[in-house]
Design a protein around this ligand. Structure first.
Ligand code: PLP
Length: 389
């Protein structure tokens, strides 16, 4: 029998594959293509936020903050939650500033779930949710929402819950589908979560990026979900600061305390001077958030039109800044081959749908990210239009 090498990667990490998202970014760099693959938002950071962080660095605010984050930022977040989300949260005990929404999710699953617990993801899912859950020793369960509407049905949700399911993840607006859960769907989640005593973990990082006047409904504002929900929100996408690594989690006090402890053990705290910069961002006028949405609406329209012209039918997103495009007309056996052909021939990187689906639909789609400056996006659209496969 062959002996396993030692030291070796853990069995948990050994089961994970590096996501196609990173791979396509590298492939794209090799050929000097335009990267509409990874959700790297390369729009400029608002001056208010940038200058706030620079001032904090100049003022030497360089030491650890509290593990749950600087209190002035948590107060700003509490005001924002009440004003924009209709969520009342105590900044002293119910808000944890985290190392991105990613850090909030990792801390939440480690703090609130045990190895062997089941966690339900709606498919198409965001790969980090899946991999972070596996790394925490959880058992992922899936409920495939039907293409193209992705409606959640109560009977299907009930059928997807297994005896060991202890949590459900709601990503709204969703990466990669752009689906925004409606109040009636969240009421279904509330009913089933109450009956089965489930924890609900949300990911609302795209809350401000939504289209056609659609309202973002935070799950914690629906029925009695507030008491069993960890609301995760982020700053990466709102202020175009993906590299700053800031986000936050909101939860009832005992859950928030456990999340703080896990977050402290992993990261100690989120970067202190950047927390001061982000606090400035929450003082931005409402028009800032409206402009953000209308800028992305323009980019969505340009991208979806180009995809349609290229015969890659888009599922027009309701929110976030990704679109699933149907590549079946290209005739490739896999989405990976289709994405490779689009990169080789059009010089545009996309992500194979298999990164977001367990089932066969993965090979029908690629995901296209349009969080790009207008001129770069215009060139990418021109290339897509001329792509004939
Ligand atoms: N959650 C979702 C759904 C995302 O799409 C992303 C980034 O693409 C993240 C979280 C990452 O957030 P953060 O930069 O705050 O860790």
């Amino acid at each position: 029998m062959e002996r396993e090498p030692s030291p070796r990667p853990s069995r948990r990490i050994g089961g994970l594959v590096q996501s196609d998202i990173r791979r396509m970014t590298r492939e794209c760099e090799k050929v000097g293509g335009i990267n509409l693959g990874q959700g790297i938002c390369d729009l400029p950071t608002p001056p208010l936020v940038r200058e706030g962080a620079i001032a904090a660095i100049r003022a030497n605010r360089s030491t650890y903050s509290f593990p749950e984050g600087d209190l002035s930022l948590r107060r700003e977040i509490a005001r924002k939650l009440e004003r924009q989300n209709g969520i009342r949260a105590d900044p002293g005990t119910e808000i944890v500033v985290t190392v991105g929404a990613t850090g909030a999710f990792a801390a939440a699953v480690h703090a609130l779930l045990d190895p062997g617990d089941g966690i339900l993801l709606f498919e198409p899912y965001y790969g980090y949710h899946l991999n972070a859950a596996i790394l925490a020793g959880l058992e992922p369960h899936f409920l495939a929402l039907e293409v193209p509407g992705f409606a959640l049905r109560e009977a299907a949700l009930r059928a997807a819950i297994r005896p060991n399911t202890r949590a459900v993840v709601v990503c709204t607006p969703s990466n990669p589908s752009g689906k925004m859960f409606e109040r009636s769907e969240l009421e279904i989640v509330a009913r089933v979560a109450r009956e089965r005593e489930l924890l609900v973990i949300t990911d609302e990082i795209y809350e401000h990026i939504r289209y056609d006047g659609r309202e973002h409904v935070p799950p914690a504002t629906v029925a009695d979900l507030r008491d069993r929900t960890v609301t995760i929100m982020g700053l990466s996408k709102t202020f175009s600061i993906t590299g700053w690594r800031l986000g936050y989690a909101v939860a009832p006090e005992p859950l928030a305390r456990a999340i703080t402890l896990a977050h402290d053990l992993f990261y100690v705290c989120a970067p202190t001077p950047l927390q001061h910069g982000a606090a400035q961002g929450f003082r931005a006028p409402e028009s800032f958030f409206e402009e953000l949405a209308s800028d992305y609406a323009r980019k969505r329209a340009a991208t979806c039109e180009a995809l349609a012209d290229a015969g890659l039918a888009p599922i027009v997103p309701q929110g976030a800044y990704y679109v699933l495009a149907d590549v079946s007309r290209l005739g490739y056996a896999t989405a990976r081959e289709a994405a490779q052909a689009i990169l080789a021939e059009a010089g545009v990187a996309t992500i194979p749908g298999t990164a977001f689906f367990t089932g066969a639909h993965g090979d029908r789609f690629v995901r296209v990210c349009y969080a790009k400056e207008d001129d770069v996006l215009a060139e990418a659209c021109r290339r897509l239009r001329s792509f004939r496969g």
